[in-house]
Write a protein that binds this ligand. Structure first.
Ligand SMILES: C[S@@+](CC[C@H](N)C(=O)[O-])C[C@H]1O[C@@H](n2cnc3c(N)ncnc32)[C@H](O)[C@@H]1O
Length: 208
């Protein structure tokens, strides 16, 4: 899918979904980043920006990128209204094209799934190389299909966190897998209904 088609697709998704008055961060981010000292974070496919806002509230400086201008603009507005503009740079940007020339302590990609093919491994791998030594890459993927998911294909197979890590071919001399597991949680759908879902969580630390 071309850049403009991807942008249009996600713009329509977000335009149909009203901005949340009280955006809640993803559970796994809270679980993992609460213990980390604040630094510079890159949020890949930030969407509505709840994770970026949560990180910024905890003192992180966040670069939040999304191919959707609707999402990025919404986040910039939320950051302004919360007095967090100095800590959040929200930009409409297709990360297939390039990544920022900056260094980070945390790269986070939550549910970075698309209904069109893109080389996610290459994007995650390039983003991981922006980490400072000691920094972490957190990839949280869907591990099951929620009733409200756009993808109801019964044959869909969710790669395990171990498979996602293997695809990136990181050298154990410079990278350590700190967490690769498949926890469950109760998720809330757009209509307020709830369902138990599985997350695929991968946390990799750059050691050198
Ligand atoms: C399923 S949503 C997840 C959003 C958010 N991280 C969350 O946890 O709610 C995937 C996001 O990735 C963004 N995205 C997909 N492909 C992208 C690309 N090539 N460059 C930047 N953002 C992209 C979409 O616009 C969308 O906001």
């Amino acid at each position: 899918m071309e850049h403009s088609d991807a942008a249009r697709y996600w713009d329509e998704v977000y335009a149909e979904r009203p901005a949340s008055a009280d955006p809640q961060p993803n559970d796994r981010l809270v679980e993992i980043a609460t213990a980390l000292p604040p630094g510079d974070a890159l949020d890949l496919g930030c969407g509505g920006g709840s994770d970026a806002l949560w990180l910024a509230c905890r003192g992180w400086r966040v670069t939040a990128l999304d191919v959707s201008a609707v999402a990025a603009t919404r986040l910039a507005r939320q950051a302004r209204s919360r007095g967090l503009s100095d800590r959040i740079t929200a930009m409409q940007h297709d990360v297939r094209a390039s990544l920022p020339g900056l260094r980070f302590d945390l790269v986070t990609a939550h549910y970075f799934h698309t209904p069109y093919a893109q080389d996610r491994t290459a994007i995650l791998r390039s983003a991981a190389h922006l980490l400072r030594p000691g920094g972490r890459l957190l990839v949280v993927d869907h591990g099951s299909t929620a009733p409200w998911s756009w993808n109801q294909d019964p044959d869909v197979r969710y790669p395990t966190p171990q498979e996602v890590a293997a695809l990136m071919r990181f050298s154990p001399a410079r990278w350590t897998v700190e967490r690769a597991d498949t926890p469950r949680r109760i998720a809330v759908g757009p209509d307020g209904s709830t369902a138990e879902v599985v997350d695929h969580v991968l946390l990799i630390r750059r050691t050198a």
